[in-house]
Design a protein around this ligand. Structure first.
Ligand SMILES: Nc1nc2c(ncn2[C@@H]2O[C@H](COP(=O)(O)O[C@H]3[C@@H](O)[C@H](n4cnc5c(=O)[nH]c(N)nc54)O[C@@H]3COP(=O)(O)O)[C@@H](O)[C@H]2O)c(=O)[nH]1
Length: 884
């Protein structure tokens, strides 16, 4: 599943914050609760302490009141009984009534004028007066029988701060006799306060209702702590003014700067109030410590939750990154990745896979394998799926997938089962192998099929032949190979060019294919050689041969027709060699082919355009041919070639020149004519060195005659084969031969055939011009036997046309030949070329030719080709005749 790391981080932070805020809230609430609980406790405590103080003061006041009452009664009795006060009685009365606090109090008695007459530390010298004291005035004015307590006073006798408790005593008549007082020093209250446990910052104080400080604990060395001084906060003044009896309150702004919770209490028996305060620092010390601990715990919690969140985030982020990497890999993989469940439904698919199927991802997810598999039935797919799920291995197989548009393409699928989220799924990676398949097909085509015609090539033929031989052996049938070779195909190539030659081959291939059954094989071995393999012919050899012959003849007839090649028409024929196979067990596979080849060769020798069956004697011919080829190379090496010369004469018998004709002086066979080896020399390439030798020999002969009075004017014609002329070094070779011999180029005539000239007219022309510029002449040999247009004649620097001897032979009996001969003579005349007829054997032929304008002849009528010595004799004899 894909996460957004940013969102997750935000969520985690929010969660941690919320959690921590919640915890902080809880802690805060708990702390506040604890604080307010503590404050309530403190309030209760200080209120109790204030109450306790009040009770304590009340108790003291009661003691003093009792004491004063006792003294009052004593004094009144004294006055009643004795009419006056006696000091001794008074002291004994004081002692009698003193108890507790009253022991610390200074008891004194004033008369009705306010003069202190009796009491502690009262002497005649220290007499003072209460006459101006409010409590005296109050008692004198009102006889209410109450003990009065004064505000804090500065004692005149005690010379200290005191609170005076007083009572009136009356005369026996009930009149005002004076007052009895008990002066309680402020220290008494100080001691009361100091007994309270209020902590280091606690405070207890007693103030008069007019805010005069009576006592304070602890003492404070500041104006606010001076006994008798007025002070107190506004808040406290308001409470006093409100006349409530008791109230707790919090004061932050205090004289000593300590915040406290205070309890205010109006004293029951004194015109004063107490304040008991507990310092915030004290009562909240533990709470603050707890708050600190709670804060620490919270910080720890924050840290732990933060760390946990961070780790979780890292984990999720790492997981996200891993998922992202997987997703990127999945989505960017060039192969079509798809994950399927046990039912073959797609759970997940990569973009590439969707593209391959030509569907959107939403279409693909949920699709069944059967929807796109183009090769298997539902049952087969189900079987395969169970097989794949059952195996733990990786399986790679080829199949085909179908796109949305219905088109199919080959794929290679790699599948393996995978555990995902606790369930087993199938991971599949499909690779489009169309390109590979087409390359394979192309490679197979190149390897097994002929590039030009598309027919099976030799390799495929041999494979099929091997299979056919095996099935013949198995089925007891016989097969046949027809080796088909186009007659004169070389001439086609030479005359109309290779492109047209190729077109002819393609047409021949298609005709051959139409001549046989679908199961038969038509193959091209190369060049103009085709093979037809007929399978499952009759079980008996003779019948099979008849069937093969019938097919051969059908092919002969089909191919014996005119083909339009370029601008000219070409009649073609084929030579067919037939061999049967399947009759002999364990025959090497190429043997039938070899036999068919020999039979074809025999068909060629037999005059072409024929079907010839293999005959064992053919074997000998093949061997002989191989012998000749090997012997030719030896002949060249051992200088077994010689030149014979045949004169070319004018109408008056003058020898114009000579044609150099090569012969092979075979050590065993004697003189071998060129017809038996020139074609072979051309095929095996020997014509190049042989032609060079002929040229060199002819040039040497010209050079040898250069100074001879009659022979130095003779021209020697040398036959040049197409392969020789078309060789790139030809011009250089001719020039080198002339220069090497020191021969006059004007005495050299090169006889070219039409096949030399029609390939690349510009190149041919350039070569001829190059030699022509040096004086070399050119004749067109065998003129009239070619098939091409004559247009090239105009473009080439020719000097002479030679009428082929095949026309001359029947020139007197065959009107066609006569017409051709006449046409050649007229053509030469029109083109400004000389013309010579070859093969002139009779005077009638010469007369006919002469009558039609031909003025040069070559033939047995004048002389057969002769060795040089015989030729020179002939020339000498001619010269002598001429002189006579
Ligand atoms: N490339 C080369 N080709 C060569 C060379 N030498 C010969 N040849 C070619 O061989 C073909 C056969 O030649 P050859 O057997 O020598 O025959 C020539 C003559 O003997 C023959 N001839 C001459 N007069 C007559 C005659 O009155 N009757 C008759 N039946 N035959 C006759 O004709 C051949 C000469 O023909 P051509 O060359 O067309 O002028 C032949 O085609 C030679 O070209 C060589 O060195 N290189």
């Amino acid at each position: 599943m894909q996460h957004d790391s940013g969102k997750i981080l935000g969520g985690l932070i929010a969660t941690v914050l919320a959690l921590n805020l919640f915890v902080a809230g809880l802690l805060g609430y708990a702390m506040l609760e604890a604080k307010s609980r503590k404050e309530r406790e403190v309030r209760t405590t200080v209120e109790n302490l204030a109450l306790l103080l009040d009770q304590s003061v009340s108790s003291s006041v009661r003691e003093i009141d009792l004491m004063l009452r006792g003294v009052q009664l004593r004094l009144e009795r004294e006055l009643r009984e004795k009419g006056r006060l006696q000091r001794d009685n008074f002291d004994s009365a004081i002692v009698l009534h003193r108890d507790g606090l009253s022991q610390t109090a200074q008891v004194r008695v004033s008369d009705s004028a306010g003069t202190v007459v009796l009491g502690d530390r009262v002497t005649s010298e220290t007499r003072t007066s209460y006459a101006d004291r409010p409590f005296f005035l109050d008692h004198r004015a009102v006889d209410d029988g109450e003990t009065r307590a004064s505000k804090l006073l500065h004692g005149r006798i005690a010379n200290t701060w005191i609170v005076v408790f007083s009572r009136r005593y009356n005369t026996p008549e009930g009149g005002f006799a004076g007052i009895v007082t008990a002066a309680v020093p402020a220290d008494h209250f100080q001691r009361l306060l100091s007994g309270l446990q209020l902590g280091p910052h606690g405070i207890a104080l007693v103030r008069d209702l007019d805010m005069t400080l009576v006592a304070r604990w602890p003492r404070l060395d500041a104006p606010a702590g001076v006994i008798g001084g007025r002070g107190g906060s506004l808040e406290l003044s308001e409470i006093v003014a409100s006349e409530v009896r008791a109230q707790s309150f919090y004061s932050a702004r205090t004289a000593d700067g300590v915040a406290r919770i205070n309890a205010y209490r109006r004293l029951e028996r004194l015109p004063a109030f107490v304040v008991v305060g507990w310092g915030e620092k004290d009562y909240l010390a533990q709470w603050r410590e707890d708050v600190g601990k709670a804060m620490l715990l919270w910080v720890l919690f924050l840290g732990v939750t933060g760390l946990a969140a961070w780790l979780l985030y890292r984990l999720v982020a790492a997981n996200d990154r891993a998922n992202e990497r997987s997703r990127i890999l999945l989505q960017n993989a060039s192969d079509g990745i798809h994950i399927t469940d046990v039912d073959g439904a797609v759970i997940e698919a990569s973009d590439a896979f969707c593209r391959m199927l030509g569907r959107s991802r939403s279409e693909v997810v949920g699709m069944q394998v059967g929807s796109w598999d183009a090769c298997h039935s539902e049952d087969a797919l189900r079987a395969r799926m169970s097989e794949l799920f059952a195996s733990s291995e990786v399986h790679t197989f080829e199949t085909a997938h179908r796109r949305k548009d219905g088109s199919a393409y080959p794929v290679e699928v790699t599948s393996f089962p995978l555990e995902v989220d606790g369930r087993t799924v199938l991971f599949n990676s499909a690779r489009d192998i169309s390109a590979r398949k087409s390359v394979e097909a192309e490679v197979r085509k190149l390897a097994y099929f002929d590039f030009l015609t598309g027919l099976p090539n030799r390799r495929l033929l041999m494979e099929r032949l091997e299979r056919a031989q095996a099935s013949c052996a198995r089925d007891g049938t016989v097969g046949a190979l027809l080796f088909i070779d186009l007659d004169n195909f070389k001439a086609v190539n030479d005359t109309v060019g290779h492109q047209e030659g190729d077109r002819l081959l393609v047409q021949v291939a298609s005709i051959l294919a139409r001549c046989v059954r679908k199961d038969d094989t038509v193959a091209r071995l190369g060049g103009d050689e085709f093979i037809v393999m007929l399978e499952a012919l009759a079980g008996e050899g003779r019948e099979a041969a008849e069937q093969a012959a019938a097919v051969g003849n059908k092919i002969l007839a089909a191919l014996n027709q005119r083909f339009q090649l370029g601008s000219s028409e070409h009649r073609t024929s084929v030579s067919i060699g037939v061999s049967l196979f399947g009759e002999l067990a364990d025959e090497p596979i190429d043997e039938p082919l070899r036999r068919a080849d020999m039979a074809m060769y025999r068909a060629k020798l037999g005059g072409r355009n024929a079907v010839c069956f293999f005959d064992p004697s053919m074997q000998a011919d093949v061997h002989a041919r191989a012998d000749v080829e090997a012997g030719l190379w030896v002949a060249l090496e051992q200088r077994q070639f010689v030149l014979h010369y045949q004169p070319q004469v004018a109408a008056d018998g003058t020898v114009l020149g000579l044609e150099a004709l090569v012969r092979w002086h075979h050590p065993v066979r004697g003189l071998v004519p060129p017809d038996e080896f020139i074609a072979l020399a051309e095929e095996c390439g020997l014509i190049l060195p042989l032609g060079r030798w002929v040229l060199e020999a002819a040039c040497a002969q010209l050079a040898a005659w250069a100074d001879h009075p009659q022979r130095s004017r003779l021209v020697i014609s040398v036959n040049v084969s197409a392969r020789q002329f078309l060789h790139e070094d030809f011009v250089a070779g001719v020039v080198a031969a002339l220069e090497h011999a020191g021969a006059d180029p004007r005495r050299l005539d090169l006889e070219l055939t039409e096949s030399s000239l029609v390939t690349d007219i510009d190149k041919v022309s350039a070569k001829m011009e190059a030699l022509k510029a040096r004086g070399v002449g050119f004749s067109l040999d065998d003129f009239g036997t070619g098939y091409s247009s004559l247009a090239y004649l105009k473009r080439l620097p020719l000097d002479q046309l030679k009428i082929d001897r095949s026309f001359v032979r029947d020139i007197l009996v065959d009107p066609n030949d006569a017409a051709i001969a006449r046409m050649i003579i007229v053509l030469a005349e029109n083109l400004g070329l000389r013309v010579i007829a070859e093969g002139v054997e009779t005077a009638e032929q010469r007369e006919f030719l002469a009558g039609n304008g031909c003025s040069a002849y070559q033939g047995y009528l004048f002389s057969a080709p002769r060795p040089i010595a015989a030729l020179e004799d002939f020339l000498d004899a001619r010269a002598t005749q001429a002189l006579c």
